[in-house]
Design a binder for this molecule. Structure first.
Ligand SMILES: *[C@@H]1O[C@H](CO)[C@@H](O)[C@H](O)[C@H]1NC(C)=O
Ligand SMILES: *[C@@H]1O[C@H](CO)[C@@H](O)[C@H](O)[C@H]1NC(C)=O
Ligand SMILES: *[C@@H]1O[C@H](CO)[C@@H](O)[C@H](O)[C@H]1NC(C)=O
Length: 587
């Protein structure tokens, strides 16, 4: 009995144990998406994207759904979780300027973060995508919780949970227990496998200017295992920040961006780890920068084979959207002027800069049917049309130890093996030079214009204004006190128009101004033989004082009118106003 019971007990235990083991094995297979599962469908269409403002319209999902991806990869800034204060130079909360008193970005509370994720998740386009497509992803700073934040950020564990909830990560997933959201997935049947490695560039990252670590020790050892693990035909490494392009080297000192380039030692470590893993078929995808770009780093001696980094950013955020549309071309020009050594320049780009500054997503198409297998990666616009693209034959991504795979010309090859920081300084800082040059020109222009404006205003309102004329005709209707002064240095009255006789040598206008302060009404006499006549006065100086203008309103009509020739040609408009004004003359 006892034996039977024991046997039964053991049998029962054995069955439970087997079942448990089987279950956990299945779970593990599911969780880690292990390669050997033969039933894995062939994967040939993958979309990746980043930088989606949950509160903004997200029309781009339509184009993504039309592409019919089997996998969608979030590359960070999946929501804008942190709170961004507007630029404010004055007022209570000043976010810029030397007297700035509050940070521009602040973390949101857990509830606010949750709400934002909720808004993002129930977006109709995204909901539709989730129904038919497996969604995986990593994060960047704004969904991590704070702009440009790294390992020091205190809310990282809370936000990790929220982010994994957003991605529907199973409650018992090991990803919920580790420090950081890094993960890897293997798709497809044996012989046609795609591995996706998603890095966490936030959780362990040292301060930006430290040249410290991005991934941290635990993630590095994990990555090493992933790279040295079972081979796959294609390995896509997703990094929220750009891996190859080091824009900061050429946009500084104007502005700096986050990238692996800012951590040169860490980046070298990554390249070395890839090279020493002898793993073929690796390329990078990235986000963060609010434009699309394809970069290629090609130093066979450094990486074993050319490395590509296809950046798509963002789904709603775009550099060309931050300035008014008519000026958007300036961003294009700046992108074109920015020196670059890594960017792939090809004639198939929509714009000369070979960047794309409007909303976009990354589309990966793998053609398993051709030899060699080819990966086409495109940065597509909101309508699903490609703006920049690259075709990468897998044969190119092979550790062959020789350089004959290269399809690029020697000069191009050299460019793609040159770090931005090694460019000649005149090239490297081209953008900054241009910027400061234009700033200087602008400043000069502003100073010049202000000077002119001040002078002009002073002339009108401050000082009296002199007009010189060769010939002026004055019709004297009535002789009365003049408001402003008519003087003449060499006064000659011609008789051409009237035949009347006037003073010829002596000034007929006697000015009584000297004793009076400027800007006062000044009276003077025009001594004429006759009235109601036309006179032409050569070399007349007419002084117009502020009071003259002020007096206009109260001007009684019909006393004396300056008819024409008062102002030199080209000043017709002023003449018109003067003509209608007339002048009071005193007999
Ligand atoms: C997101 O979109 C909303 C609505 O358009 C806007 O008010 C907000 O400033 C945007 N946030 C970011 C980070 O662009
Ligand atoms: C990237 O640019 C920054 C800023 O100029 C520089 O400090 C860094 O060394 C560069 N990194 C690489 C890998 O060239
Ligand atoms: C790799 O080759 C490039 C170009 O030939 C050279 O500038 C660079 O120093 C080499 N790097 C190493 C690590 O040998």
């Amino acid at each position: 009995m006892a034996t039977t019971t024991t046997t039964l007990f053991f049998c029962f235990f054995f069955i439970v144990f087997i079942a448990g083991a089987a279950a956990s094995a299945v779970e593990e297979v599911e969780q880690q998406q292990q390669a050997f599962a033969p039933e894995q469908p062939l994967i040939s269409r993958i979309v990746f994207g980043s930088c989606a403002n949950q509160s903004a319209p997200q029309p781009i999902w339509n184009a993504i759904i039309d592409f019919n991806p089997q996998v969608f990869i979030w590359l960070g800034d999946n929501i804008y979780g942190d709170i961004r204060r507007p630029y404010k130079l004055f007022g209570k909360e000043r976010t810029i300027g030397p007297w700035k008193n509050v940070p521009r970005f602040v973390p949101a509370s857990e509830t606010e973060m949750q709400l934002k994720y909720h808004i993002a998740k129930k977006n109709s386009g995204y909901s539709l995508l989730r129904k038919k497509t497996q969604v995986i992803g990593t994060w960047d700073d704004h969904d991590y919780g704070l702009n440009d934040a790294g390992k020091e950020f205190s809310e990282k564990n809370v936000n990790q949970k929220l982010m994994l909830d957003f991605l529907d990560e199973p409650q018992d997933s090991p990803r919920r227990k580790q420090a950081g959201v890094y993960a890897s997935y293997t798709f497809g049947p044996k012989g046609k496998q795609v591995k996706v490695i998603l890095l966490d560039t936030r959780y362990h990252r040292d301060p930006l200017s430290s040249d410290g670590s991005i991934l941290g020790d635990s993630q590095w050892s994990w990555l090493k295992k992933e790279l040295n693990g079972p081979k796959t035909e294609i390995t896509i490494i997703g990094s929220s920040i750009q891996v190859l392009s080091n824009l900061s080297a050429t946009t500084g000192p104007l502005f700096y961006m986050e990238s692996w380039g800012r951590f040169p030692r860490e980046r070298d470590h990554l390249f070395k780890m890839i090279a020493s893993s002898k793993r073929n078929g690796i390329f990078f995808i990235s986000g963060d920068v609010h434009f699309g770009e394809i970069a290629r780093y090609d130093c066979a001696n450094a990486t074993g084979y050319p490395l590509y980094d296809i950046t798509s950013s963002g789904l709603t955020q775009a550099v060309e959207k931050v300035i008014p549309e008519p000026l958007a071309f300036l961003v294009e020009v700046a992108a074109w002027l920015t020196p670059t050594t890594m960017r792939l320049i090809s004639t198939s780009c929509r714009y000369r800069s070979c960047t794309y500054g409007q909303t976009n997503f990354g589309a990966i198409e793998i053609d398993w049917g051709v030899t060699p297998v080819t990966v086409k990666v495109e940065v597509r616009d909101v309508n699903g049309h490609p703006a920049i693209s690259v075709n990468i034959p897998l044969s190119e991504l092979q550790n062959q130890g020789s350089n004959d795979r290269n399809t690029l010309k020697v000069a191009e090859l050299q460019r793609h093996c040159t770090l931005e920081r090694n460019l000649p300084w005149i090239t490297r800082y081209r953008l900054a030079f241009l910027f400061y040059y234009f700033l200087a020109v602008l400043l000069l222009l502003v100073v010049g214009l202000s000077y002119a404006a001040i002078k002009y205003t002073k002339r009108i309102f401050g000082k009296c204004k002199y007009y010189h004329h060769n010939s002026v005709k004055i019709s004297v209707v009535q002789i009365s006190p003049v408001i402003c002064q008519i003087c003449s240095s060499s006064f000659k009255v011609s008789q051409e128009a009237t035949g009347s006789t006037f003073y010829e040598e002596k000034p007929p206008l006697q000015c009584f101004s000297p004793a009076l302060p400027r800007r006062r009404e000044i009276s003077c006499n025009l001594i004429l033989n006759e009235t109601k006549d036309w006179i032409a006065i050569p070399n007349l100086q007419l002084e117009v004082c502020p009071t003259f203008w002020q007096a206009l309103a109260a001007w009684p009509l019909g006393t004396a009118t300056v008819q024409r020739g008062l102002l030199p040609s080209g000043r017709k408009r002023k003449m018109k106003s003067l003509t209608s004004i007339g002048m009071k003359l005193l007999a």
